[in-house]
Design a binder for this molecule. Structure first.
Ligand code: GDP
Ligand code: GDP
Length: 453
């Protein structure tokens, strides 16, 4: 038998608890099917596949750690959302805009065999204004013959197309050398911890988003127009709350109180998604005087999938009576059970009730989101938990949980190395215990399992 006692296991987990230095981010953008995720896999040089990610986490929301020529950086696969042709163009352009705001360098991937499409051109137009360095990648150049076709991509106005074959690895080393030339050593302001924290105020129409923003900015002194060293995107609002400046992202529409035209729901939802992507923490507003609806839960899913910290604010509390309060508690048990970690506050944008409680809730959520557990502490905790409650047998074998490492923060992301499949129930158990031990209130936590044969 290959069973080993815990004490005999050589924990080849990364040593040391040195604080993680912030590393720069490389965003990979482009329309669907050009080979972005193939390229990302190539860049991160994935030796062991991530067998299973947390359900509900789509691969396009994930950042991976990469290492080339001794330098570490994050690679963000900004995959795709494919509603319809017109929506796609807009959605890819939005990704590009987001990457310009938050990444330190951008790869625009184009399919050299297909050539530049209208969507590629629309994205290139956005990226030509970018202050963030952009490298144009002509993918699917599997052989010499295709090189010539790739030259046509000069027309995108982003300089020389770097030809690669993501599937074969052709040209990817040279590409990464070029990336390191333009990638700064440290992340830019706004992506690191510096600068005002970014908040998305989201929720279905009429829950009171504009009312709350007006309440928060009602006191003129709280509206900040200028912060040293910060450029304010005209669609954002800088608001001083609790002695700190916060950046409420993409609030232009809220402040102007645009009336929603029909058919605008799709765009409203794109916009919500864009705001969530650009934010670090979301305040999800729910109308406490009404039954929690599908639409509320859809926005909730967007926040959870994007891996942002979350504060749920039940608004219109002035309309909530004893009966409604009891009913709401039942709805919360039923509908919000999958985010038991979300902080909750009951507010009234109309009367101003408890709006000051939003600040500590945001701070707690962001602390959790940024939290890093030293590898030593993590593994001594894991060893105790697994010893007391081993994972269930699978196929007559007891999977061993060898060690864990925190692969990232924002949100905290853990990787468990095991010798076999861990059932979802057991992973939920581990997440629960992890939360009890280290407290991640207000933040999602991701756990993936890698099986080492
Ligand atoms: P994404 O939607 O942009 O992430 O694209 P994928 O990475 O999922 O790739 C889309 C398709 O293109 C897949 O069938 C890949 O196997 C294929 N593909 C990706 N890179 C290459 C390449 O360099 N050469 C060829 N021939 N096919 C590729
Ligand atoms: P938005 O569409 O999410 O921006 O919602 P609005 O801020 O426009 O609010 C929609 C309606 O709800 C307006 O008539 C507001 O006056 C009302 N409203 C907003 N907050 C509250 C609140 O706390 N209590 C009550 N009673 N009404 C509110």
């Amino acid at each position: 038998t290959d069973e080993t006692d815990w004490d005999d296991v050589d924990l080849d987990a990364p040593e040391g608890d040195e604080p993680e230095l912030a590393v720069p981010t490389l965003a990979v953008v482009g329309r669907p099917n050009v080979g972005k995720s193939t390229l990302v896999n190539r860049i991160i040089g994935r030796r062991e596949a991530v067998v299973e990610d947390v359900p509900g986490v789509t691969r396009d929301r994930v950042s991976y750690e990469a290492n080339w020529a001794g330098r570490r950086f994050m690679v963000q696969d900004t995959g795709g959302w494919e509603p319809d042709a017109k929506g796609m163009q807009q959605s890819v352009a939005r990704q590009a805009e987001l990457a310009m705001r938050t990444a330190d360098a951008i790869l625009l991937v184009v399919d050299a065999v297909v050539g530049a499409t209208a969507t590629d051109e629309a994205v290139a137009r956005v990226l030509r204004r970018s202050k963030t360095p952009v490298i144009l990648v002509a993918n699917k150049v599997d052989d010499e013959r295709a090189e010539a076709e790739a030259a046509a991509l000069w027309s995108l106005g982003l300089g020389e197309p770097r030809t690669v074959s993501a599937t074969h690895g052709r040209g990817t080393g040279d590409l990464l050398d070029d990336v390191l030339e333009v990638l700064p050593e440290t992340p830019r302001e706004g992506t690191g911890v510096a600068g005002p924290r970014r908040v998305a105020l989201v929720g279905k129409p009429n829950v009171g988003k504009s009312s709350l923003l007006n309440k928060l900015t009602g006191d003129e002194r709280s509206v900040v127009h200028d912060v040293a060293g910060t450029t304010v995107d005209p669609v954002d609002s800088l608001v001083e709350l609790g002695g700190k400046v916060w950046r409420f992202v993409d609030t232009a529409g809220l402040r102007k109180r645009v009336t929603h035209a029909s058919g605008a729901e799709f765009y409203a939802s794109l916009r919500t998604r864009g705001a969530i992507d650009a934010a670090e923490v979301a305040i999800l507003l729910i109308d406490a005087s009404e039954v929690i609806s599908e639409q509320d839960l859809r926005v909730l899913s967007m926040v959870a999938e994007a891996g942002r910290a979350l504060v749920i604010a039940f608004n219109k509390w002035d309309l909530v009576d004893e009966d409604r309060r009891h009913q709401l508690e039942r709805e919360i048990d039923r509908d919000l059970a999958r985010v038991p970690w979300a902080s909750r506050v009951n507010v009234s944008a109309r009367t101003g009730r408890a709006v000051q409680k939003l600040v500590p809730a945001l701070e707690t959520a962001l602390d959790s989101w940024d939290k890093r557990i030293p590898t030593g502490r993590l593994n001594s905790w894991l060893k105790d938990v697994v010893a007391a409650t081993p994972p269930p047998m699978r196929g007559g074998r007891l999977p061993r949980v060898m060690f864990a490492t925190q692969a990232g923060t924002r949100p905290p992301t853990f990787v468990l190395f095991t010798t076999g499949f861990l059932e979802a129930g057991y992973r939920r158990f581990l997440e629960r215990r992890l939360r009890e031990e280290f407290n991640f209130d207000g933040s999602p936590v991701r756990i993936s399992v890698r099986i080492r044969e």
